[in-house]
Design a protein around this ligand. Sequence first.
Ligand SMILES: Cc1ncc(COP(=O)(O)O)c(C=O)c1O
Ligand SMILES: [Zn+2]
Length: 399
Amino acid sequence: MFLKRLECSACGREHEWSRLQNLCGTCNKPLFAIVDLAAVSRTLTRETLLAREKSLWRYREVLPLPLDVEPTSLGEGGTPLLRARKFADDIDLWIKDESLNPTQSFKARGMSVAVSMAKYLGATKLAVPSAGNAGGALAAYAARAGVEAHVFMPSDTPRANVVECRELGAHVTLIDGLITDCAAEIARRKANEGWFDMSTLKEPYRVEGKKTLGYELAEQLNWQHRKSPRARDLRSELPDVILYPAGGGTGLIGMWKAFDEMETLGWIGKKRPRMFAVQAAGCAPIVRAFEAGEKSAAEIPDAHTIASGLRVPKAIGDFLILKILRESNGGAIAVDDEEMISVSREVGASEGLFICPEGAACFAALKLLRLAGKIASGERVVVFNTGSGIKYLEAYDRG
Ligand SMILES: Cc1ncc(COP(=O)(O)O)c(C=O)c1O
Ligand SMILES: [Zn+2]
C-alpha cells in the first residue's frame, strides 16, 4: 500500500493510519491521507490506466487500503463527462454526471473508500449525519461490507433518501433539526454505542474517494485532447473553471488534493481551474465568508433550501474551502431555490438530464457568472451534477 501517514490539514501533526481515526488529536481539524507518490508512479501511469476497470478503484495506488484487501465496491465512479449541447451558449461546457453512481449520487465515491477502510480497520457500526444522499450511500456500502449503518437525517429530508436507507437495511433516525443537530446527536451517543463517526471530513477517507473526481476529469479531458487535431502533448488540460455545489465541500477539497498529486506525478502542469463554490441563498455560509474576506465561516442560523445537500449551516472544512477558492482565483456564489427549479427544467429539456437541485444551482450560477463577466466566451467550464433529480420529487413536482 502507498498510504504513508495521516496529516492534520491545519496544524500538520502526523497521525497513524493503521487505527481508526477521526479528527486531529491536537486541534480537532480534518486529517488528510499522505500517499507515497514516488512509489505510486512505478506502477500507476496514464498508460496503465487504459487497461483498467472503469470504477474509481482504477486509481488503486493513490487510494488507501492494502492491495491484497478487496474494496467494498458497487461499481462507483467512471461517470460520463458530457459535452453540453444547447445550454452551452458560447463557452466550452461539460457536465460531469454523477447521478450514474450507485445510489444515484457522488456520495458513493467517498463511502466506497471510507467504508472499505473502516471495515479493514475493524469498525463494525458506522454512523453518519446526512442531508440525504450520504446516508443512502453509507447504507448501501455498509450492507455490502456486512457492517451496521446508523443514519441520522433531518426530518424534512427528501422522502426517497429516507426510504432508500431503510430498504438498504440501515437504522434510520429522523431529527427535528438540521444536519448539525444530527451530527451533535451522533457525537453525544457514539462512545456508548460503539459507532465509528463517518461524518464529512471527520474521518480521513471520504475525501480520498471524492478526489477521484479530479483524476477522472483530467483523464477524460486528456482523451478528448488526444482525439483532437489540436492536441499538442500528452499532458492533460484541466478546465478553466469548475462549478461545484458545496455543502461540506468534500469534493472540492478532494479535487484540489488530486490536482496537487497529479502535478507531483507529472501528469498535469501548474495550471489549476478557477474553483467556484455554489451554495443556496438560504444557506450560504461560504459565500458570506468569502465576500467578507474571512478565513472561516460563521454558522447560518435558519438554513433553508430545497437543495438538501446544500443545507449545511457550518462546515468543518470551511477554512480549506475558502483557501482553495482564493488560491485558485475562483469564488463563491449563491442561487435562489426558484432559480434552481426553473434551470433544472431548462437543462432537462435541452440536455436530456434530470438533474438534482444542487446540480441545478451550478447551472444557475453559470448564468450569473457569465452575466458578471467572470467567465469569458470560449472558456472550458465543468459543471457538476452531483445527483439525480429522481430523489427530489417533492421539490420538483409542481403538478
Ligand atoms: C446531491 C448533492 N450535491 C452536493 C452535496 C454537497 O456535497 P459536499 O458536502 O461534498 O460539499 C450533497 C451533500 O449532501 C449532495 O447530496
Ligand atoms: Zn491539527
